[in-house]
Design a protein around this ligand. Structure first.
Ligand code: PLP
Length: 383
């Protein structure tokens, strides 16, 4: 029996999203005026409404992109127009636990990117943020929830601080949407980035969403006038249609899914601890996403554990699998000053819309075997 516990990497396609992708595959170009073009346009615009309703935004504020990485690269621009006036930011401030897409800094020069410190749970240090902003106009990017260990960031407070200091706040909301209730107005960010495949939509679609129309960002991709001039290039109609359907499903079922996965995750963690009382669960004392657990056991390397799980049909990942299965402690764990032996052992299990009790049973059955085999191997090596 297979068990998929890697929703933070990609959440399997929801049936409604699959239907929408297939139905939208044979349309024309949304910019064409004929019937096939208008059919394609209808898919894109209805997805825009679904995505906007999902996060509590105005559909006009949604710019479709190829995914969150592109959305973030578009958002992190040192030049913007705010209320019709050009603005240049002195610095880009990003938290130490951001995804590499944010740490890369978009169009900012490397010497303009500064790191906001975090505590040992990976939660951003608000005093540190205040000190970094002091007297400068900054663009600040702090994620709503972390992809590796699930810590939830105090983004509402960050938004108030940044705006109070005359800055602009971009929030990587990729992991929070669909996992917990989310509303753009409540979190107060000026800009958010989200991704279709993290919520059960297809890969290859994402969005940059603005709180209002005060901000204009120079496009990253120039050419045609698609997406109201924010992003040139023929829209990926099928992926966008699937994204819309997934967002709609997540809006309708998200609250129930969140309660369901929280109960599964708690059982999973209790089972992990029962087998390995010396386990460390990262960010255990912080507010966390209900679907994520990141754990490390002394002497068990994450990549060895992930392979052992995989051989038994259980999909989990080592630290952050978002960065193409790269092995090695992540920058985020380094920023949290996690001890190297813990960071090397960090295994992430993440649940989602189609997770079941049977997935947890299977994971725990395999965990007991993997733990016994790897601790025995370690004991034999040491002897
Ligand atoms: N931000 C976070 C927090 C993520 O987990 C990911 C996942 O890869 C991304 C950004 C990038 O998203 P995408 O795969 O849509 O480019």
């Amino acid at each position: 029996m297979q068990a998929y516990l890697d929703h933070n990497a990609t959440s399997p396609l929801r049936p409604k999203a699959r239907e929408a992708v297939l139905a939208a595959l044979s349309t024309g170009n949304p910019s064409s005026v004929h019937g096939m073009g208008r059919a394609a346009r209808a898919w894109v615009e209805s997805a825009r409404e679904q995505v906007a309703a999902f996060v509590g935004a105005d559909p006009k504020a949604v710019t479709f992109t190829s995914g969150a990485t592109e959305s973030i690269a578009l958002a992190l621009s040192p030049d913007m127009e705010i209320d019709g006036r050009p603005v240049r930011f002195d610095a880009l401030l990003v938290s130490g636990v951001e995804h590499p897409a944010v740490r890369a800094g978009g169009r900012f020069a490397a010497d303009r990117i500064e790191i906001i410190p975090v505590d040992s749970d990976g939660v951003v240090d608000l005093i540190g943020l205040g000190a970094l902003m002091g007297g400068r106009r900054a663009l600040v990017s702090v994620m709503a929830a972390n992809n590796e260990f699930g810590a939830i960031e105090p983004v509402r407070t960050v938004a108030d601080l940044v705006r109070g200091a005359g800055g602009v706040f971009h929030c990587d909301a990729v992991q929070i949407v669909g996992r917990m209730p989310f509303d753009l107005e409540n979190i107060g960010a000026d800009l958010i980035s989200i991704s279709s495949h993290k919520l059960g939509g297809p890969q290859g679609a994402g969005a940059l969403i603005a709180r209002d129309d005060r901000i204009r960002i120079p496009p990253l991709l120039r050419g045609g006038g698609q997406e109201r001039g924010h992003r040139a290039g023929t829209e990926n109609v099928a992926a966008i249609a699937g994204f819309g359907a997934a967002a709609d499903e997540a809006r309708r079922n998200g609250a129930a899914e969140s309660v369901h996965v929280a109960a599964l995750r708690d059982r999973l963690e209790a089972g992990i601890r029962a087998v390995a009382p010396d386990v460390t669960i990262l960010s255990a004392t912080a507010a966390r996403l209900p679907n994520t657990t990141c754990f490390a056991t002394p002497g068990i390397a994450a990549e060895t554990a992930v392979i052992a799980f995989d051989l038994e049909g259980v999909a989990v990942s080592a630290g952050s699998a978002c960065s193409s299965g790269k092995v090695g402690p992540s920058q985020a764990l380094k920023a949290m000053q996690v001890a190297p032996q813990i960071a090397h052992g960090a295994v992430r299990a993440s649940l989602g819309w189609n997770s079941t009790e049977a997935d947890v049973d299977r994971f725990l059955e395999v965990w007991a075997r993997v733990h016994a085999a790897l601790t025995e191997r370690r004991a034999t090596k040491a002897a």
